[in-house]
Design a protein around this ligand. Structure first.
Ligand code: HEC
Length: 144
């Protein structure tokens, strides 16, 4: 249980990435909103895994499905290299496109593999999901 709580705390750090989604450019706004879907559902699952909220099988299944769907949309939502002063996207996304898409695929794989039958199984799978978020952000998101 301690390990699970630690994991959930680590995810909270991932989750504390400023969630603004207030860019004026519609393409940028849409991709930031997609990331908002990611963080919302990671929080739902992380809170259950960490015992912050009660395990709810239906809510967990819904959050997992939302993550699987959102991660599958990352490529389409980032394909156009739109810019906005409020964007934190690094230009390397579009020069290393195959790698970016592979990192989105890694998140999709981790989300698909998530076992949502209990808080414990969610906890066990969340580090792979958090790691997939972080690995892409480290490479392609301007920090701060
Ligand atoms: C394939 C790369 C990639 C993956 C995987 C990824 N992100 Fe992101 N994320 C980005 C990029 C790039 C931005 C910056 C987008 C911008 O500002 O234009 C971003 C921005 C964000 C933001 C800030 C949104 C805003 O409104 O400014 C949050 C929150 C976020 N991501 C959460 C997550 C979570 C949680 C996960 C994992 C479940 C995740 N991301 C997975 C690339 C990724």
């Amino acid at each position: 249980m301690k390990a699970t709580r630690f994991l959930a705390a680590g995810l909270f750090v991932v989750g504390s990435v400023a969630y603004a989604a207030d860019a004026a450019d519609p393409t940028v706004k849409a991709r930031q909103e997609l990331m908002g879907v990611n963080i919302t559902n990671v929080k739902i699952l992380g809170d259950m895994a960490g015992g912050k909220t009660a395990f709810d099988a239906t809510a967990a299944e819904t959050a997992k499905a939302a993550l699987v769907a959102a991660s599958a949309e990352i490529g389409a939502k980032f394909e156009t290299p739109a810019e906005d002063p409020k964007s934190k996207a690094k230009p390397e996304i579009w020069t290393n496109w195959d790698d970016f898409v592979a990192k989105a695929g890694a998140l999709n794989k981790a989300a698909t593999a998530l076992d949502v039958t209990s808080a414990e199984t969610i906890g066990a799978g969340m580090s792979a999901i958090g790691g997939a978020c972080q690995s892409c952000h480290k490479a392609y998101q301007i920090p701060g």
